[in-house]
Design a protein. Sequence first.
Length: 141
Amino acid sequence: VFLGCDSLFGKPWLQGQVALSHTDIVGGRFTRDLYGLAFFGNAPYEDRTAELAPSALEQQRYQQVGWGVVDHRSWSWARLSFVKGQSFQLVDVREGDLYTAPDGRVLDTRLDGTFSRSDTAQRGWDAFNGLGAALSGRWNH
Protein backbone atom coordinates (compact mmCIF):
# COMPACT_ATOMS: atom_id res chain seq x y z
CA VAL A 1 0.00 0.00 0.00
CA PHE A 2 1.36 3.40 -0.98
CA LEU A 3 0.05 6.46 0.82
CA GLY A 4 0.33 9.62 -1.21
CA CYS A 5 -0.12 13.36 -0.58
CA ASP A 6 -0.30 15.03 2.83
CA SER A 7 -4.03 15.74 2.65
CA LEU A 8 -7.08 14.89 0.59
CA PHE A 9 -10.04 17.13 -0.30
CA GLY A 10 -8.46 19.85 1.87
CA LYS A 11 -8.70 17.65 4.99
CA PRO A 12 -5.27 17.09 6.59
CA TRP A 13 -6.42 13.89 8.35
CA LEU A 14 -7.44 12.23 5.06
CA GLN A 15 -4.88 10.64 2.80
CA GLY A 16 -5.18 8.74 -0.48
CA GLN A 17 -3.81 5.24 -0.89
CA VAL A 18 -2.90 3.05 -3.85
CA ALA A 19 -2.69 -0.70 -3.32
CA LEU A 20 -1.25 -3.46 -5.50
CA SER A 21 -1.46 -7.14 -4.56
CA HIS A 22 -0.86 -10.63 -5.89
CA THR A 23 -2.74 -13.49 -4.20
CA ASP A 24 -2.29 -17.26 -4.38
CA ILE A 25 -4.83 -19.41 -2.57
CA VAL A 26 -4.55 -23.20 -2.33
CA GLY A 27 -6.80 -25.38 -0.23
CA GLY A 28 -7.71 -29.01 -0.05
CA ARG A 29 -9.21 -31.85 1.90
CA PHE A 30 -8.51 -35.52 1.42
CA THR A 31 -9.16 -38.86 3.05
CA ARG A 32 -6.61 -40.71 5.16
CA ASP A 33 -6.50 -43.46 2.51
CA LEU A 34 -5.77 -41.00 -0.31
CA TYR A 35 -2.91 -39.55 1.74
CA GLY A 36 -1.55 -43.06 2.31
CA LEU A 37 -1.75 -43.92 -1.40
CA ALA A 38 -0.05 -40.68 -2.46
CA PHE A 39 2.87 -40.94 -0.05
CA PHE A 40 3.29 -44.68 0.61
CA GLY A 41 1.87 -46.39 -2.50
CA ASN A 42 -0.82 -49.04 -2.70
CA ALA A 43 1.11 -52.01 -1.18
CA PRO A 44 -0.45 -51.43 2.28
CA TYR A 45 -3.89 -51.67 0.60
CA GLU A 46 -3.34 -55.15 -0.87
CA ASP A 47 -6.68 -57.04 -0.84
CA ARG A 48 -8.34 -53.89 0.57
CA THR A 49 -10.37 -50.99 -0.75
CA ALA A 50 -8.97 -47.49 -0.19
CA GLU A 51 -11.55 -44.73 0.21
CA LEU A 52 -10.67 -41.77 -2.03
CA ALA A 53 -13.68 -39.56 -1.33
CA PRO A 54 -14.74 -37.05 -0.28
CA SER A 55 -11.64 -35.17 -1.43
CA ALA A 56 -11.06 -31.82 -3.11
CA LEU A 57 -8.31 -29.42 -4.16
CA GLU A 58 -8.74 -25.78 -5.21
CA GLN A 59 -6.22 -23.20 -6.47
CA GLN A 60 -6.88 -19.53 -7.27
CA ARG A 61 -4.45 -16.84 -8.41
CA TYR A 62 -5.38 -13.19 -8.94
CA GLN A 63 -4.07 -9.63 -8.80
CA GLN A 64 -5.64 -6.42 -7.52
CA VAL A 65 -5.02 -2.72 -8.00
CA GLY A 66 -7.03 -0.29 -5.91
CA TRP A 67 -7.47 3.26 -4.74
CA GLY A 68 -8.77 4.32 -1.36
CA VAL A 69 -8.88 6.80 1.48
CA VAL A 70 -7.37 6.60 5.00
CA ASP A 71 -8.63 8.63 7.98
CA HIS A 72 -5.56 9.16 10.20
CA ARG A 73 -7.67 10.17 13.20
CA SER A 74 -9.02 6.62 13.61
CA TRP A 75 -6.98 4.68 11.01
CA SER A 76 -10.24 3.72 9.32
CA TRP A 77 -10.01 3.19 5.58
CA ALA A 78 -12.00 2.25 2.48
CA ARG A 79 -10.72 1.01 -0.87
CA LEU A 80 -12.17 0.08 -4.25
CA SER A 81 -10.07 -2.43 -6.21
CA PHE A 82 -10.04 -3.83 -9.72
CA VAL A 83 -9.52 -7.63 -9.62
CA LYS A 84 -7.92 -9.57 -12.49
CA GLY A 85 -8.32 -13.35 -12.36
CA GLN A 86 -5.21 -15.20 -13.53
CA SER A 87 -5.88 -18.90 -12.93
CA PHE A 88 -8.30 -21.30 -11.25
CA GLN A 89 -8.37 -25.07 -10.77
CA LEU A 90 -10.80 -27.28 -8.88
CA VAL A 91 -10.82 -31.06 -8.39
CA ASP A 92 -13.82 -32.37 -6.44
CA VAL A 93 -14.11 -36.14 -5.91
CA ARG A 94 -17.58 -36.87 -4.49
CA GLU A 95 -17.34 -40.67 -4.61
CA GLY A 96 -14.29 -42.84 -5.12
CA ASP A 97 -12.42 -45.94 -4.07
CA LEU A 98 -9.52 -48.11 -5.22
CA TYR A 99 -9.29 -51.88 -4.73
CA THR A 100 -5.86 -53.55 -4.99
CA ALA A 101 -5.93 -57.33 -5.67
CA PRO A 102 -3.89 -59.61 -3.34
CA ASP A 103 -1.13 -60.10 -5.92
CA GLY A 104 -1.19 -56.40 -6.93
CA ARG A 105 -1.78 -57.23 -10.60
CA VAL A 106 -5.35 -55.90 -10.70
CA LEU A 107 -6.51 -52.45 -9.66
CA ASP A 108 -10.21 -51.61 -9.69
CA THR A 109 -11.23 -47.99 -9.20
CA ARG A 110 -14.48 -46.08 -9.11
CA LEU A 111 -14.50 -42.27 -9.28
CA ASP A 112 -17.23 -39.66 -9.54
CA GLY A 113 -16.26 -36.00 -9.47
CA THR A 114 -15.53 -32.87 -11.42
CA PHE A 115 -12.44 -31.09 -12.68
CA SER A 116 -12.59 -27.42 -13.67
CA ARG A 117 -9.87 -25.00 -14.67
CA SER A 118 -9.41 -21.65 -16.33
CA ASP A 119 -8.27 -21.26 -19.93
CA THR A 120 -4.89 -23.01 -20.27
CA ALA A 121 -4.00 -21.02 -23.42
CA GLN A 122 -3.72 -17.89 -21.26
CA ARG A 123 -0.95 -18.17 -18.66
CA GLY A 124 1.32 -15.78 -16.81
CA TRP A 125 0.82 -12.25 -15.53
CA ASP A 126 -0.90 -11.11 -18.72
CA ALA A 127 -3.61 -13.81 -18.53
CA PHE A 128 -7.11 -12.40 -18.09
CA ASN A 129 -9.33 -15.24 -16.86
CA GLY A 130 -11.98 -13.17 -15.15
CA LEU A 131 -12.52 -9.56 -14.10
CA GLY A 132 -14.17 -8.11 -11.05
CA ALA A 133 -14.25 -5.45 -8.39
CA ALA A 134 -13.80 -5.54 -4.62
CA LEU A 135 -14.76 -3.06 -1.95
CA SER A 136 -12.78 -3.39 1.28
CA GLY A 137 -12.32 -1.35 4.39
CA ARG A 138 -11.86 -1.10 8.12
CA TRP A 139 -13.87 0.94 10.58
CA ASN A 140 -12.31 1.99 13.89
CA HIS A 141 -14.10 4.08 16.51
